[in-house]
Design a binder for this molecule. Structure first.
Ligand code: NAP
Length: 239
């Protein structure tokens, strides 16, 4: 059974991705940072529904802990699907942005991508099959006031996605980024009023975690073998 790691599986989009990959017959590592209990209960739910899952927790910004946790998982075999979904935002217009706000957002989204993905690569390459999917954002494509840190971190993932796609293309591994617009989740709760969504989103609604998970499920499937190095938007026609 192909094993998948979904970072931030304790969050809104991550949980939907875990359920989708489990429904597609993958063994899913539901990852959390602070909310391990949520990852545990989602893994239990997946198993109760006939799927295969386990919960893991570590801070993706902590290189040593991430490496130690992944070494343990890799002891049981390669992880061939990596969904780099863990992310935070900590917004402030740039003149008032504290250095810690800049660094932490980059550490989680961009350095976290490196910390998680790099140890998985050699075992994945050995199998000649893999899928790496990085969660970006419309903010990296269009910019967003108050999010220079977040936009920079996510745009950094675009370059990394394209470069890594080239490196592993001949090994049956695809690397793509998914750039959602406004999706209903804890991250956007209270951030966008209904009127703002109607103004910014031509489809006049937020997307659902399930819609993002279905795109990621497809990118992680056999059928998506020839899609790589792409930044794929899912945003209700925002841009
Ligand atoms: N929601 C949107 O509208 C939207 C739009 C564009 C892009 N995105 C991107 O989609 C991804 C998922 O977003 P979401 O809306 O599902 O957010 P969410 O519900 O807030 O979930 C965020 C997840 O990231 C994990 N996380 C945060 N810091 C971490 C760290 N240092 N180490 C490991 N895990 C960490 C959290 O784990 P714990 O809770 O266990 O700490 C949580 O599972 C993010 O990368 C986000 O930037 C979201």
């Amino acid at each position: 059974m192909i094993r998948a790691l979904v970072t931030g599986g304790s969050g809104g989009i991550g949980a939907a991705v875990c359920r989708r990959l489990a429904a597609d017959g993958r063994h899913v590592y539901v990852h959390a940072n602070s909310r391990f209990a949520r990852a545990e209960s989602l893994a239990a739910e997946i198993v109760a529904n006939g799927g295969s899952a386990a919960a893991v927790a570590f801070d993706v910004a902590d290189r040593d802990r991430t490496q130690a946790a992944l070494r343990k998982l890799l002891g049981d075999g390669p992880i061939q699907i990596a969904v780099n979904n863990a992310g935070i935002h900590d917004d402030a217009v740039m003149p008032g942005m504290r250095p810690e706000q800049w660094s932490r957002v980059i550490d989680v989204s961009l350095n976290g991508f490196f910390n998680v993905t790099q140890p998985l690569l050699m075992p994945m390459i050995g199998t000649r099959w893999g899928r790496i999917i990085n969660l970006s954002s419309v903010a990296a494509l269009a910019g967003n006031r108050g999010q220079t840190n977040y936009a920079a971190a996510k745009a950094g993932l675009h370059g990394a996605t394209k470069a890594l796609a080239l490196e592993v293309a001949s090994r049956g591994i695809t690397v793509n980024a998914v750039a959602p617009g406004i999706i209903d989740s804890a991250m956007t709760e209270g951030v966008f009023a209904k009127e703002a969504i109607e103004k910014f989103v031509p489809m006049k609604r937020a997307g659902t975690p399930q819609e993002v998970a279905d795109l990621i499920g497809f990118l992680a499937s056999e059928q998506a073998a020839y899609i790589s190095g792409q930044i794929i938007s899912i945003n209700g026609a925002m841009i």
